[in-house]
Design a protein around this ligand. Structure first.
Ligand code: R5P
Length: 277
């Protein structure tokens, strides 16, 4: 099988190719002086190809569209480990574009594979078979290997409690969740909740960390009582000063997967995607 790594997922694509013994296709990415992008495949592709490209930015999404276009004659599986715009999965106000739907409808491929998509309902927006893989076990195995003496897993909002529950099952630990209210793009309010975390190693887990506002606020809730604090997520969007924000707030480390390739991407989802392929 031919594997193409888009500009944002070159490492993950290479890891997947190795796992499935696929042929890694060389591609070229350039940016014109006016900011437009240029994408070219330097190897001919077979009848079936897998394109691996996360879309944390608009230009990553354009790159994905260009790669799909360059493979027009092939049967394409688009692996989008992190799909941007997934948080606009419905109309919250009249007149809003459902961005996740707009993205999904624009992809002319035979199959879509993503990882921990923000809401499963988005899968129905694709015109083709689409599935969301769950990387929680891989994250939890890494957290287990850290040998924390008294781990407890907490999600910073109710929407992510499923991640805390699944990770806690792997780690044989307790789990809970906090109540969050978003105040603006980068600030949230967390309702204080009485949790017995004295002396515990608190692992906060979420599907993504973007500005770090959610995690920083959650960390503040526990800082005085916890023995240690760790932030874990599937998708390390980590915009602007999010990393500084979390360490400044008191985390010992940030652990994420390589759905977005960052310095904190300690856990690879390559095996998960390879199995699905
Ligand atoms: C929201 O529903 C998500 O699950 C995350 O909690 C959120 O996107 C994190 O964003 P930020 O890091 O900007 O607070």
């Amino acid at each position: 099988m031919d594997i193409i790594g888009g500009c944002s997922s070159q490492l993950l694509a290479s890891r997947i190719a190795e796992k499935i013994d696929g042929r890694l296709i060389l591609a070229e990415f350039k940016t014109f002086p006016d900011g437009e992008q240029y994408t070219r495949l330097l190897d001919a592709v077979d009848d079936e190809v897998v394109i691996v490209q996360s879309t944390p930015t608009d230009s990553d999404f354009i790159n994905l569209l260009q790669l799909i276009d360059a493979c027009t004659d092939a049967k394409i599986t688009a692996v989008i480990p992190y799909m941007g715009y997934a948080r606009q999965d419905k109309q919250f106000k009249d007149g809003e574009a459902v961005s996740a739907r707009a993205i999904a409808r624009s992809l002319d491929v035979s199959r879509v594979i993503t990882v921990n998509i923000h809401e499963d309902s988005i899968l129905s927006y694709f015109n083709t078979r689409a599935e969301s893989l769950d990387a929680t076990n891989l994250l939890a195995e890494h957290l287990l290997d850290m040998d924390l003496p008294n781990p407890v897993i907490i999600s910073p909002d109710k929407g992510a409690i499923y991640l805390a529950r699944r990770a806690a099952a792997v780690m044989d630990a307790d789990y809970d969740y906090l109540e969050k209210k978003r105040l603006s793009g980068d600030t949230v309010a967390i309702t204080p909740k009485k949790l017995d975390i004295k002396g515990m190693d608190v692992i906060l887990i979420d599907d993504m960390i973007s500005t770090g506002g959610t995690m920083a606020e959650a960390i503040a809730t526990f800082k005085s009582e916890a023995s240690s604090l760790h932030a874990a997520c599937v998708h390390p969007v980590l915009t602007e000063n999010a990393v500084l924000r979390l360490f400044h707030a008191g985390v010992k480390d940030i652990i994420s997967t390589d759905t977005i390739e960052k310095g904190v991407s300690k856990v690879s989802v390559a095996s998960l995607i390879a199995s699905a392929l």
